[in-house]
Design a protein around this ligand. Structure first.
Ligand code: ATP
Ligand code: MG
Length: 780
């Protein structure tokens, strides 16, 4: 049953209560980290239902990352139960995809359009620029991509840009040309990039007022979390949804808008986020009500004091002090590793120690870093010591070549017009269709105005095609047709397995002697597991809907939790250590937080060294990171770090120096040799607090760390991929086995060898394919 309205207000402070009860005019809640903004949103939604001011289907709640959306859904579900199912609680991108699928015909798209992530987009832009004979050194495709993205975020389409660009500037001219061709190619490919998702919805709303009205009528309450990170397109979208312009005639009142945010946590300027949206809310929305929250319920005073000290160095911000009734809590712990492996080892050992001494669960711990590349050394060590973890952040898994290849096949099966993916797989694995044949087909498509797929079917007509190539192309077309049949008849996982087998992709990897190809096979096995899990969780899920989810997940931030059975089980009991970039951490909280790589040039990022604006953004990112911690905060760095194959010696991050020294307890403060200084001012690291080994209780120094970790020389980690040490169970077909979640079963088949063995097992609940390295199986 729904809690009554009064229960929902219990425990809120007066400002929070006011925000939950407010009705009518647009509402802005601004407040520092951990002051209950997201909690107020959740309670507000529940309160709307409890007071019968809204039905679930009338609620649209928008957050920034998939992870934050999932957490908000959980919070709301815990208040209103199943009613949450009928609400839209999602990211901007997911909501827009949903709207687009329904309205696609209005923009001349099929509703089965592909979503291109930024790597796909870059591929296409590179192709287009090449076609225009643009010198990639003068006009790097990446810069063009960035500019086009920025234009889309400003809702400037190719035509508008062509009309306003400064043609005496060669770069602007190049962008205008590429933008035009790119737009056309995307249309031909029936594809959207990430920025299109938002811009196209805005376009539809503006061009088709009746469509816009239907959504305005539907969503009577629009609530946006992390409003400080909205860009112009998102801002306009929100305005359109709540009918804020007053320009259209409506026979119903505008929907109610609630936005919450914190300008100190604005960290997406590089994606066009504009803090002015929050700063000028009161100007944009006449009669808006603003509520400030000041009490922090998340962190200890020590953590807040540190965060306040860092953020207060940013210029042009209103002084704002968070306070808490929590008390000081533990001191912050600092550690300087000799190198990144030593730093990682310290982290792993601290987690180990806290597990023993304080009954901490791995799920209580988060490890943050500035850039994705930094996760590798930490991952290596966590694997080595057997601490279960997950990396939140798509790049790792979905950006791998083999995964992208497999997904490219699947995308083509769903949308044969998807030319980028089609060309990606044309000769992958090698089947004798070379560049010349590819260009001949492209030329034919151009000449006869065919889609690339249609041109492939007529390849025998293409001028300049060798007979050999014609045959190879015919084979490819036949292959795609066969696979399409499987996809249409048997669903997503069958399609993926058919792709891997029938294309010869898997066979080629299995025959290879390259050790990297072994791990590719393993990754593909993981992908199969991901699809199966998707099918298990979504009974009506189609290949198309799976691909959509992957596209959104891969770009935004999240890899589906626990792709294998064992970690799924562990995740339930104990949770796993979470690794993520600081950007992804926004909105989340953890009892224990490690901020790693706190080095000048790493964080703050090298790029921000010469630009005060960028440095201010890095500082906000530091503020976001520091304020994720509830009870314990660690700041770690290393004296040397290998980046891009070279050792770098970075001095301490200025953000460490800005934390009042009495708050930090140093467990190891770095070697006595003078720190390498790259740019004078930050080079002289000064430390206070205890020296290493002299920490509280005296048992925290590195020499008393658990054996497995201590005995491992960092060099061993650096030498290569560290595999889990778990023995792979030896099985033969027909063996009876027991699985911790699926119960008893019989082995039907085995593929691969060693720790890449995949077993097909028949359980009572059905057949499962298990990667033996991970599966919690015993012989019975
Ligand atoms: P961020 O800026 O990081 O997104 P936030 O302002 O959204 O933070 P929340 O995540 O909503 O803050 O709240 C932080 C923590 O404080 C949560 O654990 C929340 O449950 C708790 N909290 C908020 N308000 C109260 C309250 N009135 N009583 C008890 N706990 C509260
Ligand atoms: Mg929040």
């Amino acid at each position: 049953a729904l809690p009554d309205a009064q229960e929902l207000l219990a425990g809120l402070n007066p400002q929070q209560e006011e925000a939950v009860k407010h009705a009518g005019s647009p509402l802005l809640i601004i407040a520092g980290a951990g002051s209950g903004k997201t909690r107020v949103l959740s309670h507000r939604i529940a309160h709307l239902l409890a007071t019968k001011r809204a039905r679930p289907g009338e609620i649209l709640a928008i957050t920034f990352t998939n992870k934050a959306a999932a957490e908000m859904r959980e919070r709301i579900e815990s208040l209103v139960g199943d009613r949450a199912k009928n609400m839209w609680i999602s990211t901007f991108h997911s909501s827009c995809v949903r709207i687009l699928r329904r309205e696609a015909k209005n923009v001349g798209l099929n509703s089965n359009f592909s979503i291109y992530d930024s790597a796909d987009t870059l591929r296409l832009i590179t192709l287009v620029a090449k076609g225009l004979d643009l010198d990639p050194k003068r006009f790097p495709p990446k810069s063009i991509q960035h500019k086009i993205s920025a234009l889309k975020n400003e809702l400037i389409d190719d035509e508008a840009y062509a009309a306003t660009a400064n043609y005496s500037d060669p770069f602007e001219q190049a962008v205008a040309e590429v933008y035009k061709d790119y737009t056309q190619r995307m249309r031909q490919a029936n594809a959207m990039d990430f920025d299109d998702l938002i811009a196209q919805v805005v376009f539809i709303f503006q061009a088709f007022p009746a469509v816009a009205d239907s959504y305005r009528r539907r969503f009577r309450h629009v609530l946006v979390d992390e409003y400080q990170d909205t860009n112009h397109a998102q801002y306009v979208l929100v305005r359109e949804l709540t009918g804020g312009t007053g320009e259209t005639e409506q026979d119903f009142p505008p929907g109610e808008l609630t936005v919450v945010g914190d300008s100190d946590q604005s960290i997406y300027a590089f994606r066009g986020a504009d803090v002015r949206n929050i700063v000028e809310f009161e100007k944009d929305y006449a009669n808006a009500r603003t509520i400030l929250l000041e009490q922090n319920y998340r962190s200890t005073q020590t953590i807040l004091t540190a965060a306040n000290a860092v953020i207060s160095r940013n210029p042009n911000r209103p002084a704002k002090r968070l306070w808490t009734a929590e008390g000081d809590g533990e001191r912050i712990i600092g550690y300087v590793g000799e190198n990144e492996h030593d730093e990682a080892r310290f982290i792993a050992n601290e987690i180990d120690r806290l597990q023993d001494a304080e009954n901490l669960r791995p799920g209580d711990v988060a490890i943050f870093y500035r850039t994705n590349a930094q996760s590798r050394s930490i991952e290596d060590l966590l694997i080595r010591v057997g601490l279960p973890y997950k990396v939140v952040g798509g790049t790792r898994f979905y950006e791998r070549k083999e995964i992208k290849d497999a997904l490219a096949y699947l995308r083509v099966l769903v949308n044969p017009d998807d030319v980028v993916n089609l060309r990606r797989i044309l000769n992958e694995p090698k089947r004798g269709i070379g560049d010349r044949a590819e260009y001949a087909v492209a030329a034919l498509a151009e000449r006869d105005r065919l889609s690339f797929m249609e041109a492939l079917r007529k390849a025998h007509d293409a001028p300049g095609m060798a007979t050999r190539s014609v045959n190879a192309v015919a084979g490819f077309v036949k292959l795609i047709d066969d696979l399409t049949e499987v996809a249409n008849g048997s669903g997503a996982s069958a399609a993926l397995e058919a792709v891997l087998e029938q294309t010869g992709y898997l066979a080629a990897l299995r025959q290879s002697n390259d050790p990297q190809d072994e791990s590719r096979v393993e990754n593909l096995a993981e992908l199969v597991a991901v699809v199966r899990e998707y099918e298990r969780d979504n009974e009506d899920g189609t290949l198309g809907s799976f691909l959509e989810q992957v596209a959104l997940v891969a770009d935004a931030d999240q890899i589906p939790d626990a792709p294998d059975e064992e970690s799924a089980q562990l995740a339930k009991d104990q949770g796993v250590v979470t690794l993520m970039t600081l950007h992804t951490a926004k909105g989340l909280e953890f009892p224990v937080v490690f901020l790693t790589g706190m080095e000048h040039g790493v964080f703050p990022h090298q790029r921000s060294m010469t630009d005060p604006k960028e440095l201010a953004e890095e500082r906000r990112l530091a503020y976001v990171g520091l304020t994720r911690a509830r009870k314990r905060l660690y700041l770690t760095r290393s004296e040397s770090r290998s980046l891009w194959g070279q050792s770098q010696y970075n001095p301490a991050s200025q953000f460490i120096e800005e934390v009042p020294p009495e708050l930090i307890d140093w467990k190891r403060e770095g070697s006595k040799r003078p720190a390498f200084t790259s740019s004078g001012s930050f080079g002289s690291s000064r430390y206070s607090g205890s020296h290493w080994g002299a920490g509280a209780g005296g048992n925290q120094d590195v020499s008393s760390l658990p054996g497995s970790a201590r005995s491992m020389a960092p060099a061993a980690v650096r030498a290569g991929r560290v595999q889990p040490q778990k023995e792979v169970i030896a099985l033969t077909v027909g063996d009876r086995v027991n699985h911790t979640s699926f119960g008893n079963g019989t082995v039907l088949s085995l593929e691969g060898a060693g720790d890449k063995t995949v077993a097909k097992v028949k359980f009572d609940i059905g057949e499962k394919r298990l990667l033996l390295r991970y599966a919690p199986l015993t012989k019975s």
